[in-house]
Write a protein that binds this ligand. Structure first.
Ligand SMILES: [Zn+2]
Length: 464
């Protein structure tokens, strides 16, 4: 069976009581994670990267020497406690957070300490947890004297990253096997930059005796991933083992779900619902379309900057006080028209909103990093008008669409982007579940048993 893990659902919160028409939180706001806000599943589990967790909480040792999490003076005994999933049977997948150090010449120090990493995974109660890997890119981005530039990785460096990834995987499983009371399923990760190097690494990893393996570095090309999978499956069969297999940052396109199943993939994670949500002009995925089709408008957003938005702050630097105030007023009036329309649904307000939205976009055009051409502006207006008339949020039963209504297509502040991200996750997960049901009937596949992970999760949730 194939499971979907989300690497960002736990990273973003929304205020349950935020008033989108007033654009403000009440005096006592209550921030919750997406999966707490939703009464339906948006993923099979959560992926928590060590480097990302350190951005959200202090990872420290308690007096008895075990790891715990501390945020704003509150102590959390483990990851389930921190993520408020004590009663939800989400499994938590942990990894080191590879992409955050992909551009570095050295791993963060604590990742060289395998025993420390095992303690961290074990003490914080993760369910599946991985060895340290280092992505092998053709180019990395480096900053010198404040300037970003790209730097080619030569073959020697690529091979060094591949070998270190294998050495750390070997050290990880050896040390895990020596532990008593290990409370997570360890997995080993490989990296490569060609079919040959991936298969070479895989052969070595399979010899190490892992029950779960992961393949990194496949985010950019689905074609490469799909061509690699039969070769990987061939090696797994030759080895006489049947480990679970995770593909990092790779959400399958509809047909690829079948290929994933056929070739033994058992889990994946991806950031695309968030990337889509934070992109303009396409951020809200149309629930009636479900997946991206080429050259079609399957996603929307309206952008009406707030007076304190980074965009208007940038414009302030180049505008006279008078022009800045005029622009701010125009944005506020457009937002006001949006609120009137979203509350009343009357065509009169829609016409006023469309006129003001057009005027605002023309005025903002001079300050955009990439100004809209006349053609693009025309298209933007067509999409905006048709989106508001079509009301796509009415055909979605996710908690964000039902709560925000028209506001879900307006990208104005973080909470809205986060809600759009949750909505996109929900749509993508629903599509995935439907595709998986079809694929399980259509393709022969060898079942992987999640029993070990599920029983760990069950024990942890029942204990509470
Ligand atoms: Zn929705």
């Amino acid at each position: 069976m194939l499971r979907s893990f989300s690497p960002l659902l736990w990273f973003h919160k929304v205020d349950k009581f935020f008033d989108f028409n007033l654009d403000q939180s009440p005096p006592t706001k209550e921030e919750v994670y997406g999966y707490e806000f939703y009464n339906k599943k948006v993923a099979d589990g959560l992926l928590v990267s060590a480097t990302m967790l350190r951005n959200r909480a202090k990872v420290e040792k308690s007096l008895n020497g075990t790891y715990r999490l501390v945020k704003k003076g509150v102590i959390y005994k483990d990851i389930r406690d921190f993520l408020s999933i004590t009663s939800i049977p989400y499994s938590v997948f942990a990894d080191p957070g590879t992409f955050t150090y992909a551009n570095e010449f050295k791993l963060p120090d604590y990742l060289y300490d395998t025993d420390g990493l095992i303690d961290y995974y074990n003490d914080l109660n993760f369910d599946l947890a991985g060895s340290v890997d280092w992505p092998i890119l053709d180019k990395i981005l480096i900053t010198r004297r404040g300037k970003r530039s790209s730097f080619d990785l030569n073959l020697k460096t690529k091979e060094m990253r591949r070998k270190l990834t294998l050495e750390l995987a070997s050290d990880f499983i050896k040390k895990c096997n020596k532990r008593k009371n290990l409370r997570f399923v360890p997995f080993g990760t490989i990296q490569g930059w060609s079919f040959d190097t991936y298969i070479e690494s895989l052969k070595e990893l399979l010899k190490m005796g892992y029950d779960y393996i992961a393949i990194g570095g496949l985010a950019t090309s689905e074609r490469f991933a799909l061509d690699l999978l039969p070769l990987v499956w061939d090696e797994i069969q030759k080895s006489g083992t049947r480990p679970g297999m995770h593909l990092y940052a790779r959400f399958p396109s509809p047909l690829a779900v079948r290929e994933f199943l056929r070739y033994g993939v058992t889990s994946f994670d991806n950031t695309s619902p968030f990337i889509t949500a934070s992109r303009s002009p396409c951020s809200y995925i149309d629930p009636s379309i479900y997946f991206k089709m080429n050259n079609s408008w399957d996603c929307y957003n309206l952008k009406i900057p707030g007076i304190r938005s980074p965009f208007l702050r940038r414009a302030k630097k180049v505008l006279s006080e008078q022009d800045f105030l005029a622009l701010g007023r125009l944005c506020s009036n457009t937002f006001g028209a949006f609120v009137n329309y979203s509350e009343s649904g009357e065509i009169f307000y829609l016409k006023r909103l469309i006129n003001l939205y057009y005027e605002m976009n023309c005025s903002l055009n001079d300050y955009r990093t990439r100004p809209l051409s006349g053609k693009k502006l025309g298209r933007l207006m067509d999409v905006t008008r048709s989106t508001l008339l079509k009301k796509p949020w009415l055909s979605c039963d996710c908690s964000s669409c039902m709560d925000l209504k028209a506001n879900i297509v307006l990208t104005r502040n973080n909470y809205r982007i986060v809600h759009t991200f949750f909505h996109n996750s929900y749509i993508q997960y629903s599509r995935f579940v439907a595709e998986l049901d079809r694929a399980m009937v259509e393709v022969p596949f060898e079942k992987y048993s999640w029993a070990e992970v599920d029983s760990l999760v069950k024990t942890k949730t029942e204990k509470i």
